[in-house]
Design a protein. Structure first.
Lengths: 586, 171
């Protein structure tokens, strides 16, 4: 046995193990620091700094001191930084290949804090540019909302066009009617016809020659009357046509201001004014920055959520290996934060975040992971919220959340450069959220109590809107978020929206009505002075039409009566003659 | 490191059994290619110290294969991944996973398993090859190497003389 073994070698073995243990003990902190900075930067793509890492061995815990993660989109700021984070680790589970943090305490976590000097970015993201473009676009939209005068100076206004059309129609129809009037037979001509008929009626018919002559004269008169009747018919049609044209032109002018309003709304997108712009007006850049933070956090956490699935491994992991876990009797997730507390420092106040069973493998531990958020000194009010989530084996997240906030003071220290902004108010409200398979459905009902809006615009119109809003004691609003989490659509239902829209519409409508009245009065004056044509004239055209109808009717009646009478007379005369001749025979 | 190289040089040219040198190198290969902080490496280290293998060769082999290990880590990890996610082997892994020792040995880690499988498969061929090469070296190359100026210089150096004095013998 001695030939093969050297027992003194055991001492050497102990010495090497002791050396390794001592190296770990002495350099563990530095190695963890190096790993966080080097591997973290490689995976994340921007500079990560850790001031110091302390490892305590009994119980095992790791303390990170002053960690800073550069914001890739804004390297002058940190995406996240904290003063200290102490994670107590279950060593036995760690040796078995699982990271179980039994307790996590994070002090003074801050988001978007300025760095002492800009951090290095290795993986440039274009989203920053996109974001600034979006912001400037909002300002642009605001700047583009026009003044009423600008709107009305637009020569393409339908009101202007229709007023000019009415004037043209009036001129044309007036000329036609004038010409027609001159061609129409007057009352004297009617009397002349009567006299002629009387003369014919009184004419003695003694022979067939007389009758033929009389018939010839009667036919001539009939032809004259027929000709004049045709003129009346033509006049009647012309009057009806002119009347219809003038009525149409007048109707179109009356409808033009409404059409102009619709066009203005479409051109300047006043209907879509509420969604993004009102969110911007209500919460300013903060709303966007909070949303962007949620987006960044999601992107940062996404690899860890994917990692939860045993069957998947990304390229970075592939190079250094990974643990593959199998079903076991009492499974625990590959990594988990059993409990924790985070102190999130925000300029508006400190928010406390409590964590319970945070992991991404809920098929192994089915109870919900819970995040409680609360603060009693946030924006001089208080807020609390609770979020539960579950992640399934396909990396689908299901989440339920609810929140309440009371008397949150929203106030801007300095006046906004925006043409229209909310200077101060108090927010009170509740909300809830559900998220499943990438689809988000969230709503928040809130009241803006005693809001104070301001405007840098000199527009009378904008001032009226601000005045109307500042008179409100409370403006209720509802913020709805739905659709895909990565591109969800916002909808804001609020009285604010209606007040703004109504003010804008009322103001624009008033101006358009004024314009319409102005054009109409100008047109009326023109009609009265130069064209001698007005509403009264239109009525006269109607009267003339009735007179033509009456005259035509009376003439026809008169003619028929006289002809009948003549025929009767001739019959009687013939009867008398026949009687005289017959009496000679009897 | 220079000491270790001299030790290997001396061993190659000494009366040490080629088998002792070959086993030492094979053990060094296992510890070098697999992740250092693994349970099986504790056993390898213990074996290297307790069994009469040439320690100098063990440490040199460990160092050389540790560098190669960094180079081949992705390959080993891929192999481990294939083995651990294989549907055919899943019942075996599932059964082994119920044992704490299996998990403590990190055999469910792709890199550890992949590297260990490769080193265990290569162990016996490596021992045979190394043994063969040592023998061949002593037969054909040693005399030529001993005549080389650099070896003469090395043998004449104070450091070498001091080492022989401490060791209490010459090659």
């Amino acid at each position: 046995m001695k030939k093969y073994l050297r027992w003194q070698g055991f001492a050497g073995f102990v010495a090497v193990i002791a050396l390794l243990a001592a190296s770990v003990y002495l350099f563990a902190g530095s190695l963890i620091k190096l790993a966080i900075e080097q591997l973290g930067e490689r995976v994340y793509g921007a500079e990560i700094n850790v001031e110091k890492v302390n490892v305590n061995w009994s119980p095992v815990s790791v303390e990170l001191v002053h960690l800073q993660v550069t914001d890739k989109q804004n390297p002058a700021n940190n995406l996240v930084e904290f003063n200290t984070a102490v994670a107590a680790i279950d060593l036995w589970q760690y040796l078995l290949g699982k990271t179980l943090i039994t307790d996590l305490q994070v002090a003074k976590l801050q988001l978007d804090k300025q760095r002492a000097e800009p951090g290095k970015v290795y993986d440039v993201v274009e989203a920053a540019e996109e974001s600034s473009q979006k912001t400037s676009k909002i300002d642009e939209i605001k700047a583009e909302i026009p003044d009423v005068k600008t709107l009305l100076n637009d020569s393409n206004l339908i009101t202007v066009e229709k007023a000019q059309a009415l004037q043209t129609t009036l001129t044309e129809e007036r000329a036609k009617i004038k010409q027609l009037k001159a061609e129409l037979p007057d009352k004297s001509k009617l009397k002349e016809y009567e006299a002629k008929i009387k003369q014919l009626t009184d004419t003695e018919v003694d022979s067939l020659e007389d009758l033929a002559k009389l018939k010839e004269q009667l036919d001539e008169l009939k032809a004259d009357i027929k000709q004049d009747k045709a003129k009346f018919k033509q006049a009647k049609e012309q009057l009806s046509d002119s009347n219809a044209k003038l009525k149409l032109a007048t109707k179109e002018l009356k409808e033009a201001p409404e059409q102009d309003w619709q066009q203005v709304k479409q051109t300047y997108q006043l209907e879509t004014f509420e969604a993004e712009d009102l969110a911007h007006i209500l919460f300013g850049e903060e709303a966007r920055s909070y949303y962007q933070y949620a987006e960044k956090a999601y992107k940062l956490l996404k690899p860890f959520i994917k990692k939860g699935n045993d069957g998947q491994a990304d390229e970075v992991e592939q190079s250094v290996g990974r643990f593959v876990h199998f079903d076991e009797e009492n499974p625990i997730p590959d990594w988990m934060v059993a409990q924790g507390k985070i102190e999130l420092v925000n300029p508006k106040g400190t928010i406390w975040i409590e964590l319970k069973d945070i992991h991404v493998q809920h098929w192994k531990k089915t109870t919900a992971s819970r995040v409680d958020v609360f603060s009693n000194a946030f924006a001089q009010g208080d807020l609390k919220g609770q979020l539960d989530y579950w992640v399934d084996q396909d990396s689908n997240i299901k989440s339920q959340a609810n929140w309440q906030f009371n008397d949150l003071k929203v106030a801007k220290d300095k006046s906004s450069k925006a043409k229209f902004s909310l200077q101060q108010t108090q927010l009170t409200g509740t909300g809830e959220l559900s998220y499943q398979q990438g689809m988000l459905d969230a709503n928040t009902a809130l009241d803006l109590v005693k809001p104070m809006f301001s405007s840098t615009s000199s527009s009378r119109w904008m001032k009226q809107v601000v005045e109307a809003l500042n008179q409100q004691q409370k403006i209720p609003a509802e913020i709805l978020l739905s659709g895909k989490a990565t591109s969800s659509s916002w909808k804001i239902n609020s009285a604010l929206d209606n007040i703004v829209k109504d003010s804008v519409k009322a103001s624009a409508n008033a101006e358009l009505d004024k314009l319409k009245a102005e054009y109409q009065s100008k047109l009326n004056a023109k009609m009265a002075d130069k064209l001698d044509m007005s509403e009264q004239e239109l009525a006269q055209i109607g009267d003339l039409s009735a007179w033509v109808d009456d005259t035509e009717g009376s003439l026809q009646k008169l003619l028929d009566a006289k002809v009948d009478s003549f025929k009767e007379k001739q019959k009687d005369k013939l009867k008398d003659k026949v009687k005289d001749k017959l009496s000679k025979f009897f | 490191m220079l000491t270790q190289i001299i030790k290997v040089f001396i061993a190659l040219n000494s009366e040490n059994s080629p088998r002792q040198i070959a086993y030492a190198m094979a053990l060094g290969m296992v510890i070098g290619l697999t992740p250092l902080f693994s349970l099986h490496n504790l056993l390898i280290l213990l074996l290297a110290f307790l069994i009469r293998v040439h320690l100098g060769s063990f440490f040199v082999s460990w160092s050389v294969f540790a560098l190669l290990g960094l180079l081949f880590a992705p390959v080993f990890a891929s192999l481990g991944d294939v083995l651990l996610t294989s549907a055919v082997l899943e019942p075996i892994w599932h059964a082994l996973y119920q044992s704490t020792l299996f998990k403590l040995a990190h055999l469910h880690h792709t890199l550890t398993l992949g590297a260990l499988v490769v080193t265990l498969v290569l162990f016996v061929p490596f021992v045979l090859l190394a043994q063969y090469l040592v023998v061949k070296y002593r037969d054909h190359v040693m005399a030529f190497v001993m005549k080389m100026k650099i070896v003469q210089m090395l043998k004449g150096s104070r450091f070498y003389q001091f080492y022989l004095k401490v060791q209490g013998g010459g090659a």
